[in-house]
Design a protein around this ligand. Structure first.
Ligand SMILES: [Fe+2]
Length: 346
């Protein structure tokens, strides 16, 4: 197996390739470096088979979709990834076979709800779940410190002690660590109970990373910041969120809300389907279409729906900003709606 870290920076991108068969996978490409990756692939005469993002990144723009567009390579992410245009949605335990090696998907949420680790031969790519002598933050983008503790202690720490750990970030110049080393001496996790870990992570008192919304929102929506005016964090935080069950309960009432689905058309008719009667306006078109097409709903109840309940929060905040009075977002999106076995149309 050919193995390279491609950035030589704090933000890590990994290339794995089966030596004999010239097939390759790139993990966590960074948008600024896509041309460099193409150069490396060409130099080694590798055909890119798969691009994987370990999670929705908040600190830099993902290069996954640009690299995919230029090479025709599918993009894989966990099923809870909020963005459209993910070619392959991954689940815990799934095996990705790439030439003479395979990657096993380990669902390791906590840093984000869509965080995965990838286990290949003697090494594991831990995204921002487990870092070298640290852990990724769990205080933004849907993070949950308790889930992260479980992901680390119940999933990653059950791998053989000799397993090499390659995280998505390192700020101190480390290249890798091992599971055994982290189990024994990771200062955040070793010897700490779940409760103590949650307490520690919820009280780190770190400021939000600079430019977080400028990276996070385009990564979550696949819309460039130049193409849409994204809401501010406080506008996003003030969006009311209702569960699928609460929304289902309101559909039969006399005051039935307008259901507004903001996914792409192929998602609306795709695997997760849509709720009967939901009107489709993709998020990228919403700012220009809302006034003309939804004018009669300015003072009515609107429920915004998407895949994972992330794009719908953005859309709800945009509508509120345009003067729509009663807009809420469906929590967990069509993923939760389907998981609750509520009816869909395709
Ligand atoms: Fe991250």
């Amino acid at each position: 197996m050919l193995f390279r870290e491609l950035n030589n920076a704090k933000c890590k991108t990994y290339l794995l390739a089966s030596e004999g068969m010239e097939r390759a996978v790139i993990i966590d490409p960074v948008k600024d470096r896509v041309e460099r990756y193409l150069g490396v692939l060409a130099y080694h005469r590798l055909k890119l088979d798969l691009i994987v993002d370990t999670h929705t990144h908040a600190d830099h723009r993902s290069g996954a979709h640009e690299l995919s567009g230029l090479t025709g390579t599918p993009v894989a992410m966990h099923r809870w990834a909020p963005a459209p245009h993910v070619t392959m949605h991954l689940e815990d335990g799934q095996r990705l076979i790439l030439g003479d090696f395979e990657l096993k998907v380990l669902y390791t949420p906590g840093h984000t709800p869509d965080s995965i680790s990838l286990y290949a031969e003697d090494r594991v790519f831990t995204g921002d779940c487990l870092l070298i002598h640290g852990t990724g933050r769990a205080d933004f983008a849907g993070g949950d410190a308790g889930e992260q503790y479980d992901s680390i202690t119940r999933k990653l720490f059950t791998l053989p002690d000799s397993t090499l750990v390659y995280p998505a970030h390192d700020y101190r110049g480390h290249i890798h660590s091992t599971i055994g080393e982290e189990k024994g001496s990771n200062p955040r996790v070793a010897g700490r109970s779940r409760e103590a870990y949650v307490d520690l992570m919820n009280n780190l008192g770190l400021p939000l990373p600079e430019g977080i919304q400028e990276a996070l929102q385009p990564n979550q929506t696949e819309i460039e910041a130049a193409a849409i005016h994204f809401p501010t964090l406080s506008q996003l935080n003030s969006v009311l969120q209702l569960s699928p069950a609460e929304i289902a309960g309101r559909l039969d009432s006399a005051a039935r809300p307008l259901l507004l689905d903001v996914r792409e058309r192929e998602e609306y008719v795709g695997e997760l389907g849509h709720i009967a009667g939901a009107r489709l306006i993709p998020l990228r078109e919403l700012p220009e279409r809302a006034e003309a097409e939804l004018a009669s709903f300015k003072d009515k109840d609107i429920v915004v729906i998407c895949r994972a309940g992330v794009r719908s929060v953005t859309a709800a905040a945009i509508l509120t900003g345009l003067g729509f009075d009663n807009v809420c977002s469906m929590k967990g999106g069509m993923l939760d709606w389907n998981d609750a076995r509520l009816p869909v149309e395709r």
